[in-house]
Design a protein around this ligand. Structure first.
Ligand code: IVH
Length: 716
């Protein structure tokens, strides 16, 4: 769907009658897009297209102020901001939490911590337990006690500056008071709306004929991310403080202690937080909170456990995006029953044929669901990933009454079939064996490692398949990749259809070719939007290395892996040369890849395959002629081990191997699994064997655990 009402005629050339007509049409259209965006979370046009509609609408009102009735969207709230907030870089990343659903997952979490810290089974281990608030996280930076910035989480590294809006929230004090408020104090917590206030807001929305918010979290997010802070001020947002970022000094030694200080300084903290010790108490807290959930007056979606002792938190550190010392124990997912009206197959970036259930819309836990995943062909047939029957072997058919489940932010899924309601004439679903996009054969490959048939059916069309090419392009411009402002999925479709962009490098040729393409003459475009687009593309000619790697869409290389690779190799040339040399699996290069902590053979093989494919080589050369991935600056660490490649071997006595590894990485060292010419240092404990021999043979420096501590302690 593309914007319908944008006219080519300049606003200045319109009569009042024409303007009124267009204004009305635009109003309906924008309201519809608002509804899709806010209620269904399923926008059908890009941000840029939406912005173009808004701008035209506003231009009409500027020229004919009479059009701006009280019903006008320019007087309404809850619409998507058409301009953008300034960005704020988080000095300490805002991380996410690892999730658990089953008690066993919680047990495994506690066990993992004990093992990591090498705690005896009977040593006490205290956690805090508190509700997981279903809102949006916010980081408040106080300097000398004064609130200076408030930023949303964004991608965890960079958020949006919503300071003016945060100042209107009653629970967020402009000044922290207390003798022990640190000079720099970044308080983190959750912005949310109470059920009562949410209902009142939606009532007001309805009375004004405006779109309703789907749930309190969406309403809180929509209210905080308003360019006009007076709108935020009219919404009774609330805030609970539960964590922190940069702190020039810590006022206590425990999680509980710091949160108590927050309360003393004037912040609001959750009254249900308490200390628990051991698995039984943790699970009891979870059970109790689940029964109280409905009476709290605000949405929560689980319990968060955190190791209380901050020195232990420090030792535990982080794994990729999660702290090792915290866990979100979610409440069970919410379910509903509805009818499966159709099955739609879309083709993914790697050619996977993905089945989506088109459902009769149904409310699941407060959100209207009309699409749900069906995973893959086997899942529809009633076969699980291990080849064994699921749902008692019952298949899923069009026309079936099905159970749908939604858990948190996860895509809803079809869980089960109500067999008694199956229509008598229904037939098993025939999964397509040709690609719906290009007609190529779609096959299930044999996995060479396991000898098993892949559960995913893939289009064999490769680069000739337009669906794959499109998805790759969409991935290329996605938020964690090139993230080009004004070039979202819809624009990619538009440019792809027009034949302007068929491969990533074409994006960077658009401006050069515009003499012939004349984008500004296309529907939905204007001089300014084209100029802005070119500026946004130009700005991305220099890009962070990890974004560049991620954007390539190499199978199995997600954001975290891309970051590991960027950090290890520093430059794209290094990565490419190593991946090419690694085609020989017995080479040093292959060993170097698999030696990177967090990277195994699956990723190494995918890299090898990707880089040696001639089409990809061509694409990379063309792309690198346009774009420069920025070399990674190594984290500033004054430690003598920063930048060194370290191997641990033998048994360590003062800390576990995992902890030693995490510590080395914190200091900027790379930890490898085996010794090679590139190893700078081997830390050998008692019982070290072949790795120690290899180190001696290669003349690599070997030290013992005490010497390692002495070294790691320097400059830290
Ligand atoms: S602690 C480093 N505590 O859950 C740990 N998070 O899934 C920082 N959340 O992004 C988070 N209630 O927005 C923490 N009591 C709580 C929370 C909480 C809600 C949110 C938060 C975070 C998300 C992670």
């Amino acid at each position: 769907m593309s914007p319908k009402s944008l006219r080519a005629t300049a606003v200045d050339a319109l009569t009042l009658e024409e303007a009124r007509e267009e204004h009305q049409a635009l109003q309906a259209e924008i309201a519809e897009h608002d509804r899709r965006y806010y209620q269904e979370d399923a926008p059908v046009i890009s941000d840029a297209q939406y912005d173009a509609l808004r701008r035209r609408y506003e231009a009409l009102e500027r020229r004919f102020p009479d059009l701006a009735s009280p019903e006008s969207l320019t007087r309404k709230v809850g619409a998507k901001a058409s301009e953008k907030f300034a960005k704020v870089r988080h000095r300490v990343p805002m991380l996410s939490l690892d999730n658990a659903f089953a008690p066993e997952d919680v047990a495994a979490f506690v066990e993992r911590i004990r093992r990591f810290l090498n705690l005896p089974a009977d040593a006490p281990l205290v956690f805090t337990a508190e509700p997981k608030i279903d809102g949006l996280s916010l980081s408040l930076r106080y300097e000398k006690g004064r609130l200076v910035t408030a930023a949303t989480r964004g991608d965890g590294t960079e958020g949006e500056d919503v300071t003016a809006n945060a100042r209107t929230v009653g629970d967020i004090p402009p000044i922290l008071r207390g003798p022990d408020v640190p000079e720099v104090c970044e308080v983190r917590g959750e912005v949310y709306l109470s059920h009562q206030d949410f209902a009142a807001i939606n009532e007001r929305q309805a009375a004004a004929g405006k779109p309703l918010f789907a749930n309190p979290r969406n309403a809180a997010a929509g209210s905080l991310r308003q360019l006009d802070a007076s709108i935020t001020a009219s919404r009774p947002l609330r805030f609970f403080a539960y964590a922190w970022g940069e702190m020039s000094a810590l006022p206590a030694k425990t999680q509980c202690g710091v949160v108590e200080c927050f309360a003393r300084w004037g912040l609001r903290v959750n009254p249900l937080m308490q200390r628990v010790s051991g698995l039984d108490e943790m699970l009891a807290y979870h059970r109790k909170l689940e029964t109280e959930r409905a009476t709290l007056g605000y949405d929560i979606d689980g319990v968060v456990y955190k190791v209380d002792d901050l020195s232990l938190q420090q030792r535990l550190g982080f794994v990729s995006r999660f702290p090792r010392w915290a866990l979100a124990h979610k409440f069970p997912a919410q379910k509903a029953v509805t009818v499966l009206e159709d099955i739609e197959i879309t083709v993914g970036r790697t050619g996977s044929l993905n089945p989506t259930a088109k459902l009769k819309p149904v409310t699941v836990g407060g959100v209207v669901v009309s699409n749900a995943t069906l995973h893959n062909e086997d899942y529809i047939k009633g076969i699980g990933g291990d080849g064994l029957p699921i749902r008692g072997g019952v298949d899923i058919r069009i026309g079936d009454t099905v159970v749908v489940q939604r858990a948190g932010d996860v895509i809803p899924k079809v869980l089960d079939v109500v067999l008694e309601k199956r229509p008598p004439d229904s037939k098993p679903y025939q999964f397509p064996t040709v690609c719906p996009a290009c007609g190529s054969h779609a096959v299930r490959e044999l996995n060479p490692r396991t000898g098993k048939e892949d559960s995913v059916r893939r289009c064999t069309g490769g680069l000739i398949c337009p669906a794959q090419a499109r998805e790759r392009l969409k991935h290329f411009v996605s938020r964690n990749a090139f993230d080009i402002e004004g070039l979202g999925a819809q624009r990619i479709d538009e440019f792809y259809d027009a034949g302007f962009v068929r491969a990533p490098q074409d994006i960077f040729a658009l401006e050069r070719r515009n003499g012939e393409l004349r984008l500004e003459e296309r529907e939905g475009w204007a001089e300014t939007s084209v100029r802005n687009l070119f500026a946004a593309i130009r700005a991305r000619r220099s890009i962070e290395l990890h974004r560049f790697i991620y954007a390539l869409g190499i199978p199995h290389v997600g954001e975290t892996t891309a970051k590991l690779l960027a950090r290890h190799f520093g430059t794209f040339e290094n990565l490419r040369a190593t991946a090419l040399a690694a085609a020989d699996r017995t080479s040093e290069a292959y060993a170097e890849l698999t030696n990177i902590a967090g990277i195994g053979e699956v990723v190494a093989d995918a890299l090898v395959e990707f880089f040696r494919e001639p089409h990809n080589e061509e694409m990379l050369d063309a792309l690198l002629a346009e774009v420069t991935p920025r070399a990674v600056e190594q984290a500033v660490s004054h430690s003598p081990v920063a930048g060194k490649t370290v191997v641990f071997t033998g048994s360590l006595e003062k800390m576990t191997r995992d902890e030693a590894k995490a510590m080395a990485e914190r200091l900027g060292a790379k930890v490898a699994a085996s010794v090679s010419k590139k190893t700078d240092l081997v830390v050998a404990g008692p019982g070290a064997g072949s790795k120690l021999d290899k180190a001696r043979e290669l003349g690599v420096k070997v030290i013992d655990e005490d010497a390692w501590f002495a070294l790691a302690g320097q400059g830290a």
